[in-house]
Design a protein around this ligand. Structure first.
Ligand SMILES: NC(=O)c1ccc[n+]([C@@H]2O[C@H](COP(=O)([O-])OP(=O)(O)OC[C@H]3O[C@@H](n4cnc5c(N)ncnc54)[C@H](OP(=O)(O)O)[C@@H]3O)[C@@H](O)[C@H]2O)c1
Length: 299
């Protein structure tokens, strides 16, 4: 079984349907060889796309990944790198920042990409996202930065993350965006109803989905999590798959064509997401999970 691929818009990048998230990599405390083994393991599952941000691990994760990639540079041709810019953290690594803020000025975006290229030890980024919408963002300025990065061959495609539909439309009117990376899970259902997934379906910009398992909350003791697990388990038992596979199938059932990100360091957990690409839930299965999570039946 290998993970299928999906094209984001007619002229966007082709990514693996399941994308491996690297956010938590600094907490894994792995050697470069262990990180390389993880990257290789993902590729063997067909999960060739990796999600980063400049700020992950306090600006360290891209470097950890790049260090592992340097052990086998030829792997770069077999993977797609997604990264983000636009959040500015206060850490010793950025002494000039005296308050956490968003920065979508062209100079910040372009400098951030230079840092990401250096840290990831690559000549190009496949997809760059604006991490969070800033109230101060100027779409013309962002579009100008994107155009310079594109013509320099440094970034091939662009998108956003955590944008509302109107924010997405504003920037998309100036420069073509291929995705909005958003949170969605049985425990976080807002995008089903707030227009973000409707917009993704309308524009054929498949959304990338973060914290599909609620960042691990799904496995906690909260009543909502317990109810949801019971419903997931019922479907999992009928279908002969794992509970995690049912969660990813629940997400991918949406007609916008979501690409779930995994957050796990464990390859079997990533394989559980890949298995979901072959499982189509029917309406009643899907709503049984929605109802358990919401705590009431569909109105
Ligand atoms: N754009 C944004 O604003 C944004 C925000 C957050 C995240 N992201 C991206 O989304 C990716 C995924 O987010 P996430 O890490 O919150 O995803 P997630 O898959 O919902 O949560 C992963 C966490 O749950 C734990 N977990 C516990 N039980 C698990 C099980 N049975 N199966 C799998 N995992 C289990 C994992 O631990 P183990 O490692 O021990 O399995 C890991 O710590 C991130 O890496 C990042 O790339 C983007």
């Amino acid at each position: 079984m290998t993970c299928p691929r999906i094209q984001l818009t007619d002229c966007g990048p082709q990514l693996s349907r399941v994308v491996a998230g690297a956010w938590r990599m600094d907490s894994w405390n792995w050697s470069p060889q262990q990180r390389l083994d993880w990257i290789r393991g993902c590729i063997e599952l067909g999960v060739t796309s990796f999600d980063h941000a400049d700020i992950y691990g306090g600006y360290t994760v891209e470097g950890l990944f790049g260090e592992a990639l340097a052990l086998e540079p030829a792997l770069r041709q077999r993977i797609e790198l997604v990264t983000k810019t636009g959040i500015a953290l206060t850490t010793p690594a950025r002494p000039a920042h005296w308050i956490k803020h968003y920065n979508t000025r062209a100079a910040h975006i372009e400098a951030s990409v230079e840092n990401s290229l250096r840290a990831l030890r690559t000549d190009w980024i496949d997809l760059l996202l604006i991490h969070r919408p800033s109230p101060l963002m100027d779409p013309d300025e962002i579009a100008g930065a994107f155009e310079r990065l594109r013509s320099a061959g440094k970034v091939r495609h662009f998108g956003v993350s955590n944008f509302t539909p109107s924010q997405f439309a504003m920037l998309n009117a100036r420069t073509p965006l291929v995705t909005n990376q958003i949170e969605l899970s049985p425990l976080h259902r807002e995008p089903l109803h707030d227009g973000r997934l409707d917009q993704a379906t309308t524009l054929r910009t498949p959304p990338m989905i973060w914290s599909a398992l609620g960042g691990g909350r799904l496995f906690g003791d909260a009543p909502e999590a317990q109810r949801t697990r019971a419903a997931l388990e019922a479907v999992a038992n009928t279908r002969g798959v794992s509970l995690e596979t049912v969660v990813y199938a629940w997400i991918m059932r949406h007609p916008s064509g979501p690409l779930p990100l995994t957050g796990s360091q464990r390859l079997p957990a990533i394989a559980a997401a890949v298995a979901a690409t072959r499982l189509e839930l029917d309406e009643q299965e899907w709503f049984s999970i929605w109802q358990a999570a919401a705590g009431h039946e569909a109105p």
